[in-house]
Design a protein. Structure first.
Lengths: 284, 291
């Protein structure tokens, strides 16, 4: 076979791989939208489940996911930002910062179910928070930490060094420099990256299985120490644990659709935020 | 006073940086602490040498981890058979063949694919892939090892594709130009110059994808049928380490041998993924130094 043909068929194979990837995503979205859309209406979004989850909506699950994501953000965003400030603004290139970076990469690789075990042992049992919003939020927060810290560091790296040197040369201290010359430019990027991490946390199931997610609750959580319903867990229940799986299949599809839309919306928010702030800086 | 304040602020940020190390060590210590009673009760040898996991057996509980470890490894291996060729080929396509228009479609596609929650993919395993497998291979139902492998393959795909693409794009232009100069065409250059130069980055990406696949819970929990016996072929239902923890932790009372045994499974899982990530890290580091 001539090398020209080899190239032709080789590139064809690569193109095919790309097409398969495209098809996989397209098919997932097509399947969920086409089978989930018909069950979605205002009642589905605004009402709790009724009659053993065969009717009604998923309102408590939406609210629960929202609450737990807020707690996740309260834990992982500040910790991630502060950690990144240390790594990028204070730490010298040496053994310690290498060690921290290694820990970040390894923490990112810890399986989500292991975070679940950790959350049960530490927050549910040791701190005695019980299965609750706060136990689940803290667990997810620590799990998201590698994302927020890496994203924040990337954002800090984009601030040109001249901004720091100019300020330091005028006699400002390191902290004053960070506060006035570095953070204002870096915060939009930090937020964008962190929100992307939170979108992932909102869709996680394994870490909240035993740290606070509930099968069914007739009312909304009224304190951080309440259990809660969550969208991903609700989908898991409807898909595998329900006593009448075929009856609730349309509801499961609709729940999957709401979950995907929610995750994509959070991603979209991050992207819009990035574009908006970029424009603002260009105008200055 | 001002200098003191600066020092305290620095300390504060440093503590936040160190916090990540505390968390990692904290996870490790808690896993060991909660596994220890299980190892003492069950015996380390029994735990690792038996394939029978039946904590509620009438003839006395059995805690053998072998079938679960084997199940996790076999599903992950299957996932890699799917994700490695597909991921590396897609990465090569994006960085070396595709025009900017196609690139602008494929790259976000991969990002969105990475963002799909695992529980949704598990659901797809039940409603789409399971029935498909059952029909194609004429089985009663399709919740088995291949189903899990396909899902984990899809989950590992974005990691492998995007990191491989980084590695392939990072190959110095002069290598490619030298190859063209010698009369090689684009395909020959890709296969015998670009891919070999990017190989360590590609291998690191595969290791990372593998680490994710071993530790993935929801997709395998929902799609592999969860039969705790040792699987005999790829059409068998099986139960991975992650699925065992997910199924049983909700049912056991705290501080029983069974409870601690689940932490022991978690500890083994943690060590396995830690090692895979470490190897990936070392490969990547070496590769960056060469560049």
């Amino acid at each position: 076979m001539s090398r020209k043909y080899k190239q032709f068929f080789g590139f064809m194979a690569l193109r095919l791989a790309g097409l398969i990837v495209l098809f996989v995503l397209f098919y997932i979205i097509y399947d969920i939208v086409s089978k989930g859309l018909s069950s979605i209406n205002w009642e589905f979004i605004s009402q709790p489940p009724r009659r053993g989850m065969t009717e009604g909506g998923i309102y408590p699950a939406i609210v629960g996911t929202f609450y737990v994501t807020v707690i996740t953000a309260l834990v992982s965003v500040p910790l991630g930002m502060f950690g990144a400030i240390y790594l990028n603004e204070y730490a010298k290139k040496g053994r310690l910062s290498r060690l921290i970076r290694m820990a970040i990469r390894n923490l990112a690789g810890v399986p989500s179910i292991v975070f679940g075990l950790f959350g049960v042992a530490l927050f549910v049992q040791w701190f005695n928070f019980g299965p609750s919003l706060i136990s689940a939020g803290f667990t997810l927060g620590l799990m998201t930490l590698p994302v927020t810290i890496t994203a924040s560091e990337e954002a800090l790296k984009t601030v040109p060094d001249a901004y720091r040197k100019g300020s330091l040369a005028l006699g400002a201290t390191r902290w004053e420099t960070i506060k006035t010359n570095v953070l204002p430019l870096a915060i939009p990027g930090m937020m964008t990256g962190s929100i992307l991490g939170l979108a992932r946390a909102a869709g996680e199931t394994a870490p909240i299985l035993f740290t606070g997610a509930a099968f069914f609750l007739p009312h909304l959580p009224d304190s951080p120490f309440s259990q809660f319903m969550a969208l991903p867990y609700h989908l898991y229940i409807l898909a595998t644990q329900h006593h009448n799986i075929s009856v609730v299949r349309p509801i499961a599809y609709a729940t999957a659709l709401v979950l995907i839309v929610l995750v994509l919306l959070i991603n979209l928010t991050a992207i819009i935020l990035r574009i908006k702030y970029r424009k603002k800086f260009e105008n200055k | 006073m001002n200098r003191f304040k600066e020092k305290m602020i620095r300390r504060f940020f440093q503590l936040n940086g160190l916090f990540v190390i505390f968390v990692l060590i904290g996870i490790f210590v808690l896993l060991i602490r909660n596994s220890y009673p299980a190892f003492r009760e069950i015996g380390v040898w029994n735990f690792f040498s038996s394939a029978e996991w039946n904590p509620t057996s009438f003839t006395g509980p059995k805690y053998g981890i072998l079938a679960q470890v084997y199940s996790s490894l076999i599903v992950t291996f299957g996932a890699m058979l799917i994700a490695v060729p597909l991921g590396v080929a897609t990465a090569a396509y994006i960085s070396e063949v595709a025009g900017p228009g196609v690139k602008n479609i494929l790259k976000p596609t991969i990002e969105i694919l990475a963002g799909i929650p695992s529980v949704v993919l598990g659901f797809m395993g039940i409603v789409v892939i399971g029935p498909l497998i059952a029909r194609v291979f004429n089985l009663n139902q399709g919740l088995n090892a291949i189903n899990g492998s396909i899902l984990l393959g899809i989950m590992a795909l974005p990691t492998i594709t995007s990191l491989s693409e980084d590695a392939i794009s990072a190959v110095a232009k002069k290598y490619k130009e030298a190859s063209y100069g010698l009369g090689a065409n684009r395909w020959q250059t890709l296969v015998s110059v670009v891919i070999p130069s990017a190989l360590s980055g590609i291998i690191a990406s595969i290791m990372l994808g593998m680490g994710r696949a071993i530790g993935e819970t929801m997709a395998v929990l929902m799609a592999t049928g969860n039969s705790p016996a040792m699987p005999e072929n790829i059409f068998d239902s099986l139960r991975t380490m992650t699925a065992t923890i997910a199924i049983e932790l909700g049912e056991v009372p705290f501080n029983t041998t069974h409870y601690y045994a689940l932490f022991a499974v978690g500890l083994i899982l943690f060590i396995m993924t830690f090692l895979v990530n470490l190897v990936s890290d070392i490969i990547l580091h070496k590769y960056q130094e060469v560049d």
